[in-house]
Design a protein around this ligand. Structure first.
Ligand SMILES: [Cu+2]
Length: 144
């Protein structure tokens, strides 16, 4: 009896170790791939989070942004479309490209085709549901 229970205990320890190793791998993979939060904005109706992949916004390189939108309450209208405008406010010019925003799943959008060709302060202005009064402005700095 004692022998069997010892074997069981060793097996349990092995399983536990294997599970631990798998969990650590999954957690580190998620940390490596998880989009990085760039900004969190709240309006009366919505909570809007902006993410990028990679963490540091690269200079003059295409990269992807993600937007997640949560309704603050049951009366908040669903956001079905987002349009985007961008500029360098101190340089009086806009984006060098024409990025596309795709609604991937409900409340989630993906922006492809964004790049910032100059270091300095940039602004991205997101218009929700084509409503000119429902915008989020995100200001950030691109470094060399
Ligand atoms: Cu500029």
């Amino acid at each position: 009896m004692l022998c069997i229970s010892n074997k069981k205990s060793v097996m349990m320890k092995k399983y536990f170790l294997i599970l631990l190793v798998i969990s650590v791998c999954i957690i580190s993979a998620e940390t490596l791939c998880a989009p990085y939060l760039q900004g969190h904005y709240t309006t009366d109706q919505h909570s809007i989070k902006l993410y990028t992949q990679p963490e540091n916004i690269p200079l003059n390189e295409f990269h992807t942004w993600f937007i997640t939108i949560k309704n603050n309450n049951k009366n908040s209208p669903n956001i079905l479309s987002i349009s985007l405008d961008g500029k360098m406010p101190k340089h009086m010019h806009g984006l060098p490209t024409n990025p596309e925003i795709k609604n991937t799943i409900e409340g989630e959008f993906e922006i492809k085709g964004l790049k910032f060709q100059m270091a300095g302060e940039w602004m991205l202005i997101f218009t929700l549901n084509k409503d000119v009064e429902n915008t989020v402005t995100h200001t950030f700095t691109v470094t060399n």
